[in-house]
Design a protein. Structure first.
Length: 108
């Protein structure tokens, strides 16, 4: 049951990553279009307005890049407490102490 939920979450992260990459590509195309308009523009006020829009879009693009990086790390297991594993199978090392707290307290 938990393994199925884990797989669904990984699938959702992959879908989110694809969506963010699509948004990023659309944003890059818009930036390219604005740059072409700047080249053709003669009015300094219009050029400054285009530059402000481009700066805003570049910041949005950087945010999307960071989101993709975080999602990629999560999917690959680098941001997980279970590195390089598709499903957490690591044992819990603190479990013996939790099972018998009296033995742990009397050891010292």
């Amino acid at each position: 049951m938990f393994k199925d939920a884990w797989g669904q979450r990984v699938g959702q992260m992959e879908a989110d990553k694809r969506l963010i990459l699509t948004e990023r590509n659309q944003l890059a195309k818009k930036i390219e279009g604005l740059l072409d308009r700047i080249v053709d523009a003669d009015n300094p006020t219009l050029i400054k307005a285009y530059e402000k829009r481009i700066e805003k879009m570049e910041r949005e693009k950087l945010i999307l890049d960071e989101k993709v990086t975080l999602l990629r790390k999560s999917v690959e297991g680098q941001g997980s407490p279970f590195p390089r594993r598709t499903y957490p199978t690591a044992s819990v090392t603190g479990m013996p102490s939790a099972v018998n707290p009296f033995m742990t307290a009397t050891r010292s």
